[in-house]
Design a binder for this molecule. Structure first.
Ligand code: NDP
Length: 316
């Protein structure tokens, strides 16, 4: 199996007789994706004679690439940056999970038709339960970001009826728009004191300081931390020990945000658990059977240790 395939490879695709590639991840960049290790271990453990590969597919190549895999004997694909929102207009059918999130991260091919799903939100919810032994519905959550990942997370908080949701984004208009879309979920009153249940706030130190006293879970859903030199999205001085901090960025070295959280005495986790659970949910969509979670977790952990010396950050 090649490290990375391209659209040109798909155009002249000849499936191998033994363990043919019938699954993959489309992205740009994609070369550091950890999904093949995780999914190939799951396929092998489940006795499914097929492989999962990386495909370097540019933004303008997505419609052709999806059409090609729908004509080949593929089971499905995962989508990562920059395809999640674009795929919305390219799939034949959308599952409720994709409709609600406004983005697709998993495609299943059935009778040549492309069905779009989103497992990021549920993957996040499971990761929070696993890392902090608490359900989203019991939490007051501050999400940093309003892009694809933040959207899926905010929608999940809304549908699971979190106590409170605050959305902060550099482009404040996008935060306000996302909060507005979710308003109906937060109409029911809760005893929360002087703060609203749903709020968009600007990317501002003063706003962060006030909100941190009024939330339990702080989520980084921006790419800040993907590069080793990145500063934490919120400085350690503003963080507090009562917080749970989840960094959707995953890295073999501790991200700046996780370091800042630990320095402040808070509990913290990086995005590896979200990657694991969104991948397990995708496997369940493709094969309608339980995913071998422990095998997938082990494959991810092994890969992380092997990658610890590498300086480049991983993609999904
Ligand atoms: P998008 O490009 O869709 O969104 C990026 C968001 O980050 C936007 O809200 C953007 O704000 C904000 N942002 C970007 N740069 C900065 C900056 N320098 N300062 C402040 N805010 C910034 O990306 P995604 O939502 O797809 O991905 C975000 C992160 O989530 C990535 O790090 C990715 O690795 C991670 N992720 C992890 C997953 C997992 O399984 N662990 C799954 C999916 C994503 P603005 O609108 O102002 O530009």
């Amino acid at each position: 199996m090649k490290e990375v395939y391209t659209l040109a490879d798909l155009e002249k695709w000849k499936p191998k007789a033994k363990t043919p590639i019938r699954l993959g991840v489309f992205g740009d960049p994609v070369e550091h994706s950890l999904s093949p290790q995780m999914q190939n271990s799951a396929l092998k453990n489940s006795g499914l004679e097929m492989g999962y590969a990386r495909f370097q597919i540019g933004a303008d190549e997505l419609p052709v690439a999806l059409k090609l895999v729908s004509e080949l004997d593929f089971v499905g694909v995962n989508l990562t940056v920059p395809h999640k929102i674009a795929a919305f207009g390219v799939t034949d059918e959308l599952d409720e999970s994709a409709r609600q999130a406004g983005a697709v991260n998993t495609v299943k091919i059935e009778d040549g038709k492309l069905r779009g799903f989103n497992t990021d939100g549920k993957g996040f919810s499971r990761a929070i339960r696993e890392e902090f032994s608490v359900d989203l519905r019991d939490l007051r959550v501050l999400v940093l970001g309003a892009g694809g990942a933040a959207r899926a997370i905010a929608v999940e908080c809304a549908t699971e009826n979190s106590e409170r949701l605050v959305i902060a984004n550099r482009d404040f208009e996008k935060a306000k728009q996302l909060a507005e879309e979710l308003r109906s979920y937060f109409a029911e009153a809760r005893v929360l004191g002087p703060v609203p249940r749903l709020q968009a706030i600007p990317w501002d130190k003063g706003a962060f300081r006030f909100q941190i006293a009024n939330v339990d879970l702080l989520v980084n859903a921006t790419p800040l931390g993907l590069h080793h030199a990145d500063a934490a999205p919120i400085s350690a001085r503003l963080l507090a020990p009562h917080l749970m901090i989840y960094d959707t960025v995953y890295s073999s070295v501790q991200t700046a945000f996780v370091s800042a959280a630990i320095e402040a005495g808070a509990r913290a986790a990086n995005g590896l658990s979200m990657l694991l659970h969104q991948g397990a949910l995708a496997f369940e969509i493709w094969f309608e059977r339980a995913a071998p979670l422990d095998v997938m977790r082990k494959a991810l952990m092994n890969k992380e240790h092997q990658g610890a010396a590498a300086s480049k950050p991983p993609a999904k």
